[in-house]
Structure formats: structure tokens, C-alpha cells
Design a protein around this ligand. Structure first.
Ligand SMILES: [Zn+2]
Length: 340
């Protein structure tokens, strides 16, 4: 897959597309990292002639752009695989390289505060911006807390999160919308509209590619539904509430989260509550996320006598690489093991 670039599509293409000037901001800078998981353009290279430059903040959005743009686009992802988007701050050089993109795609909902800064400060007449979360009702943390036997997400909002500092997350609602394959189809539609706005000559191709990709996402949704019917357990413990939209779609119940906020250690009391909830619900597995340190998950699993498996909200790592559908299949396999 090509390198990673960003463009943003928006529900308000006609409005947003004209207001921004992202001079020099998009991140060609992560090319070295991009090479780890895709056929990214060589560092410092100019984009291939005739290709539309697209920058996306996270690997799944980069994949969506690639699926819809195919050989018409050069896609660069700004947040490298393995990094938590909650903890990521781009280097100035990365921001500078991002400026070449014609389309910039980000999640929004507070996931990439630096992207908003970048758009505000740079703007671009020729930049089409897509905020994936725009116009979408977000899961709020208060709502999630009601479902939690073992509180853990409370730190994502309110006073505790504020005290946790700049990296407190989900303050604007849960941003992990891309992990619901049905919502992913809406995001794909926004991206396609942005690509068409930036490159109207190829409208027919973008529309055809969009249709193909949405069909793949619909098939993925059906596949997950079929698996979900075989799950005996509906309760799970996550590392942080990244699978909240997925859980809502497939009727799973997150009974607790390990970290109150990414990178923030849980208290001994919280750990004790989690272990108690794991026993009470007969949970067999604690999930870790590859972007966050699994140590605490391992401690809890040992204490509760359960296994640690991995749910990956981001992708970009072997064996699935940057392919979203393959990423979700790997997550599905972990869920099968945990819940059957
Ligand atoms: Zn999060």
C-alpha cells in the first residue's frame, strides 16, 4: 500500500474544503516508519506525478483512502503504527511534510488535537478536509460508566481526566468510531466525496471503488455478526474503551477498562475491582492493546487466573498490515477465543 498521507473529507466539503490552507503540514515525515508496513514513497521523494496526495492521521483511515483512491492517490499516514494516537505528538518536521497533501483525513472528536491546530494555523485554499466524526453521535463516557461494574473509564472524562493532563482522552466523547464496520461505511463515503472534490475528473472511479469497498465492509459486518451468534460470553474487559462502538454494534458489554486513561496507571483499588468483576462474570480473557504497555493487563490476568489476548484498534502491524478488514478479522479471532 502506498505511503500515508492525509486528506480530510467532510460533510461540509463545499464549506470546509475552501477555508483551509495547510501549508506544508502533512506528514511526509513518517516515510521511514511507513516503509515498515507498506510500499511508502521513499523519504524525501516527491509524490508520483498525477497522483492525488492524501494524508490520514491513523492507519485505518489511510487504508480507507487507499481502497477508494487506489492508484489515483498517494496516501500517507501520519501516526506511525505502534503509537497510541492518544499519546502522539507529531514532530515539526512531520507537520511540515504534511503540507503537501491535497486531502487531509482525520478522526476528530478530540483524537488528534494537533490536527485541528494544524488546520487552524495553516489552512489551505486547495485542501479538502475530512473529519470522520463530524456529524456523528459519539458515545459519551457517562453513558459507558453506567454499564461498568468496575469503573475504569471514569478517568476518561470529568475531573479525573482533567487532572490527568493533556493526554486525558475521550473528553469530547469516544473517538474510536472506525472500529464499527457500519460506521466505517459512512466514513468511506465522506472520504470518497472528498477525493471527488479534490479530483473531480476521476469521479466515476472513486464512486466505483467506494461501492466495492463498502461491499467489503458490509460483508465484514455480516461475518462478525455470524461469529457473535456463537459467543457464549458477552462481557469483556478492555485495556481502554477503544472497542465501545464495536461492542454496541455486536451486543458486547464492557464490564471494565484497565487504564483510566492511556498511559495512566490504575489504582490498586481499581485493579482489585477489575479482578472481582472478571471472576463474577466468568471472563476468560483480558485484552491488551499493542499500542499501550501490556504490563498491567498481565498483572491483572495473573491475579484473576485468565489469559491476555490482544485487540488492536489501530493496525499497521503484521500479520494484517494496514488492511482494515484483515485487522478486524484478527480482532474477531481474538474475540472468538475469549467469548466462545
Ligand atoms: Zn481512546
Amino acid at each position: 500500500m502506498p505511503g500515508y498521507f492525509i486528506r480530510q473529507l467532510s460533510c461540509h466539503n463545499s464549506v470546509m474544503g475552501t477555508g483551509f490552507r495547510l501549508t506544508g503540514v502533512i506528514l511526509w515525515g513518517l516515510l521511514g516508519l511507513g516503509c515498515l508496513f507498506g510500499s511508502v514513497a521513499p523519504a524525501g521523494a516527491a509524490p508520483p506525478a498525477g497522483k492525488l496526495l492524501v494524508a490520514a492521521t491513523i492507519v485505518p483511515l489511510g487504508d480507507f483512502c487507499q481502497q477508494i483512491g487506489r492508484d489515483l492517490v498517494q496516501v500517507q499516514v501520519l501516526i506511525p503504527p505502534g503509537a497510541s494516537p492518544h499519546l502522539f505528538e507529531p514532530a515539526p518536521s512531520v507537520m511540515a511534510r504534511a503540507s503537501q497533501a491535497r486531502v487531509f483525513v482525520y478522526v476528530g472528536a478530540g483524537l488528534e488535537p494537533w490536527a485541528a491546530r494544524l488546520l487552524r494555523s495553516r489552512g489551505s485554499k486547495n485542501l479538502v478536509v475530512v473529519e470522520a466524526a463530524q456529524g456523528m453521535p459519539l458515545l459519551g463516557l457517562n453513558q459507558q460508566d453506567h454499564h461498568h461494574e468496575a469503573a475504569g473509564a471514569q478517568g476518561h472524562t470529568g475531573k479525573q481526566a482533567e487532572q490527568a493532563g493533556a493526554h486525558a482522552t475521550h473528553l469530547a466523547g469516544n473517538p474510536h468510531i472506525w472500529l464499527d464496520p457500519v460506521i466505517a461505511q459512512e466514513i468511506a463515503d465522506k472520504i470518497a466525496r472528498a477525493l471527488i472534490q479534490a479530483d473531480p475528473d476521476h469521479r466515476a472511479q472513486y464512486e466505483a471503488n467506494l461501492k466495492d469497498f463498502q461491499a467489503k465492509l458490509a460483508a465484514l459486518d455480516q461475518e462478525i455478526k455470524q461469529h457473535a451468534q456463537t459467543w457464549r460470553l458477552r462481557d469483556y474487559v478492555s485495556f481502554h474503551p477503544s472497542f465501545a462502538y464495536f461492542a454496541r454494534r455486536y451486543n458486547l458489554h464492557e464490564v471494565g477498562t484497565i487504564e483510566a486513561a492511556p498511559g495512566r496507571e490504575p489504582t490498586p483499588r481499581h485493579l482489585k475491582n477489575l479482578v472481582a468483576a472478571i471472576r463474577r462474570y466468568g471472563i476468560k480473557v483480558v485484552f491488551a492493546e499493542p499500542q499501550l504497555n501490556p504490563r498491567v493487563a498481565e498483572v491483572i490476568a495473573q491475579e484473576a487466573g485468565v489469559k491476555v489476548l490482544r485487540l488492536d484498534p489501530m493496525g499497521g502491524a503484521p500479520p494484517y498490515g494496514s488492511d482494515y478488514v484483515q485487522l478486524m478479522r484478527a480482532n474477531l479471532a481474538a474475540l472468538d477465543e475469549a467469548l466462545r
